[in-house]
Write a protein that binds this ligand. Structure first.
Ligand SMILES: [Zn+2]
Length: 356
């Protein structure tokens, strides 16, 4: 289909966590975290424990709405909710379907419940239930992958079982890789298992020739926020896509930031390097080619967009159906979704406060 100069296909967020949409404003840790592991333990691993199916639904619905409002029609989601595993992926798929956004989701299997020595020696009950949720969702025709949290919280047995499950359904594994130094052993654990259809989020601490197959997803804002370092993604032979790691799904915004971070590192660089990552995203979710976004800015060219904040979609058509007209989402009442999400978030924050 031919696109006008102010149009693109649907944008793709190649690494998202829809479960984190309600996290803004959540109770912070008692003392400021001083390392990436600290941030995981005191923020994210508290949030995911407090999720139930109702919170997951409204978090996903708000995340899907916010994606649509920024022209993102396809989300590759990575989910974890250790106290509400069964059925969670269907809840996410349903929430996205009501908004009209496409989603590919997976359950991030891990042995960290209850294991605390990393990597654990053998597969835990939590990992078995996570694998089962991936199986249940995929065997019911759900659009997804098999998720792993990260190799450092998984036993070898769990990594192997997840890989077998992914092969059984002819899908890839979606996992975090070497986001922090805590996961430096990822190449020795994953290389021999990996395949080209894997999604590898981050790769900050990978060697240039790490040997893991798959597409690396660069998440510049998240990496800066967690102070984990710069992935310098151009150095990899793998294809590289762009994600948000759960901080919204505004891909033009992430593109602008990714370019600024790249350019900070190398004055000879150009916006085209990060724009190519958005092209890689399309290959990960080719359905986006059936979607058309008409933008508020007259020329959606990388050299313009790298220096133009606030470009928003005006009209969006997904698979032939108009889901946004003149900037207004037509599928759901956006105010209602925001208000219900805020109500559920209050309950979620109370549960987080009550966690040991
Ligand atoms: Zn992530």
């Amino acid at each position: 289909m031919d696109l006008a100069i102010n149009q693109t296909h649907g944008m793709v967020c190649a690494h998202h966590h829809l479960y984190s949409s309600l996290a803004r404003g959540m109770p912070g840790p008692a003392t400021p975290p001083l390392s990436f592991s600290n941030i995981l333990e005191t923020v994210w691993w508290k949030l995911d424990q407090a999720l139930d199916l109702e919170t997951i639904f409204w978090s996903a619905k708000l995340g899907a709405l916010e994606a649509l409002e920024t022209g993102t029609t396809c989300i590759i989601d990575h989910h974890e909710s250790p106290n509400a595993i069964e059925g969670s992926l269907s809840v996410i798929a349903d929430a996205c379907s009501e908004v009209g956004v496409r989603v590919n989701t997976c359950y991030g299997v891990t042995d960290r419940h209850p294991a605390s020595n990393f990597p654990p020696n053998s597969m835990t009950e939590g990992a078995r239930r996570g694998l089962e949720e991936n199986r249940r969702f995929l065997s019911g025709g759900g659009n997804g992958m098999v998720g792993l949290h990260a190799s450092f919280t998984c036993s070898d047995e769990t990594l192997e079982n997840a890989t077998s499950l992914a092969r059984e359904f002819s899908v890839g594994i979606h996992t975090h890789v070497a986001e922090g130094k805590v996961d430096m052993a990822a190449p020795s654990r994953l290389s021999r298992l990996s395949e080209d259809n894997w999604i590898l989020a981050h790769g900050v601490h990978l060697e240039d020739d790490h040997g893991i197959r798959g597409t690396i997803i660069h998440n510049p804002r998240s990496n800066m926020n967690n102070s984990v370092g710069y992935a310098a993604p151009k150095r990899f032979v793998n294809p590289v896509g762009l994600g948000t790691d759960g901080i919204g799904a505004d891909m033009f915004d992430e593109f602008r930031l990714g370019y600024a971070r790249l350019r900070e590192n190398d004055i000879a660089e150009s916006p085209l390097t990060v724009w190519k990552m958005l092209e890689v995203n399309k290959s990960l979710y080719p359905d986006c080619l059936q979607d058309v976004v008409t933008w508020s800015y007259p020329n959606v060219n990388p050299w313009h967009l790298a220096f133009t904040p606030g470009v928003k979609p005006r009209d969006i058509v997904i698979a032939g159906k108009q889901v946004m007209k003149d900037g207004i989402v037509m599928t759901v009442d956006a105010d209602e979704v925001r208000s219900k999400a805020a109500e559920v978030a209050t309950k979620l924050f109370k549960r987080i406060d009550d966690l040991p």
